[in-house]
Design a binder for this molecule. Structure first.
Ligand code: NAD
Length: 339
């Protein structure tokens, strides 16, 4: 059986999820919905993705741009088994009525509150929790990155306390109206909302987060300090654990990857997705151990890290794979990631 997938909202996340769905052997992309014509709408048509009219969009705008519309969003939903909602923050929650009316399953993104769905999802952490569910929320880029790392350390050594400072990118590369373009903005919510969001995946995890926004568009960087319950023998054990886990890319010193510019240059050169990095990026020299305190930096490509998780969420909802490990392997193979 191939699950028929519709994408509502064709921006940064939606267009990437659409490409990823189109590559999966057990999924079929039935269409994408956009509110207005743009170069991205034109690309969708060029790729052969049926283009539907989303939100308050006007068919006449698409006609004027010479872009052929396949129908309304309701018609798209009528052809699908599941919709991936990738509309801006809070719009997904409004769209719930649309999905209820169409009796269709739905995946929401991290810009929605956890209550939008039956379960918040991360493939490494809680794949089984989404099995058979009708409403699933794929958590935000930062929560996805942290949840993956918790999935590595927590089962092996236990966690007594996890502190993270998130150094957040100011905007996505195409967002020219956001800032800051000079300055560092502390987030005056202490602790920040990211810790509670991680607890939607790991209830009770003793995690505390703070955040600053910096003038960059490339990636987020997390500075982690984790008091483990039992101390690893040495830092090599921690490195081996990250290396053994899918969706982690550890850079060795000889690769000369000093920071996020080189990480993204690596991703562009690799040529997967839109020059994307679907994995958590860690530096071998950026992982340390002091007694039971583990330290590590990780970089998160906000535009793409949640893309494979959306695919695994679909597979979990329709029980298309025996477990998370198998689904992750299928997704990553189709996306071109090495095992
Ligand atoms: P975006 O603004 O790049 O894309 C949203 C798209 O939806 C736009 O093309 C917009 O025109 C369209 N749209 C608006 N209203 C619509 C409607 N009613 N129906 C259909 N389409 C509509 O946003 P994004 O960055 O892709 O974010 C989407 C979701 O993913 C948000 O919940 C966000 O929090 C989450 N997310 C974003 C990032 C990121 O860094 N960009 C990372 C992880 C998760």
């Amino acid at each position: 059986m191939r699950v028929r997938v519709a994408i509502n909202g064709y921006g940064t996340i939606g267009k990437r999820v659409a490409d990823a769905v189109a590559k999966q052997p057990d999924m079929e992309l039935v269409g994408v919905a956009k509110t207005r014509p743009s170069f991205e709408a034109e690309r969708a048509v060029e790729k052969g993705f049926p283009l539907y009219l989303g939100g308050e969009g006007k068919a006449s705008d698409f006609d004027a741009a010479g872009l052929k519309i396949a129908g309304t969003v309701a018609e798209m939903l009528g052809k699908a088994d599941v919709v991936v909602d990738a509309t801006p923050d809070k719009v997904g929650t409004e769209n719930r009525k649309l999905y209820d009316a169409a009796h269709i399953r739905a995946i929401f993104q991290g810009g929605e509150k956890a209550e939008v769905a039956e379960v918040s999802f991360n493939a490494l952490a809680n794949y089984a929790a989404a099995k058979g569910k009708r409403r699933v929320r794929v958590v935000s880029c930062n929560t996805t990155g942290i949840s993956r790392a918790v999935s590595v350390l927590l089962p092996r050594w236990g966690v007594d306390r996890w502190d993270v400072t998130l150094v957040r990118r100011a905007a996505d590369p195409s967002e020219s109206k956001k800032g800051p373009i000079n300055g560092i903005l502390p987030t005056f919510q202490l602790p920040s909302h990211h810790g509670p969001d991680v607890r939607t995946i790991f209830p009770g995890l003793p995690i505390s987060t703070t955040a600053v926004v910096v003038p960059t568009t490339l990636m987020h960087v997390h500075a982690n300090r984790v008091r483990l319950h039992s101390a690893p023998k040495d830092v090599g054990e921690i490195l081996a654990a990250f290396r053994a886990t899918p969706r982690f890319r550890l850079f060795s010193p000889w690769e000369h990857v000093d920071g996020t510019p080189q990480v993204m240059e690596f991703a562009r050169g690799r040529g997967l997705g839109s020059g994307d990095l679907f994995e958590n990026a860690l530096w071998q020299d950026g992982v340390g151990l002091d007694g039971a305190d583990a330290f590590f930096f990780q970089a998160i490509h906000q535009e793409s890290i949640t893309v494979p998780e959306n695919i695994d969420a679909i597979r979990a909802m329709f029980d298309l794979a025996p477990d998370g490990a198998e689904s992750i392997a299928m997704t990553d193979r189709a996306l071109g990631l090495r095992a």
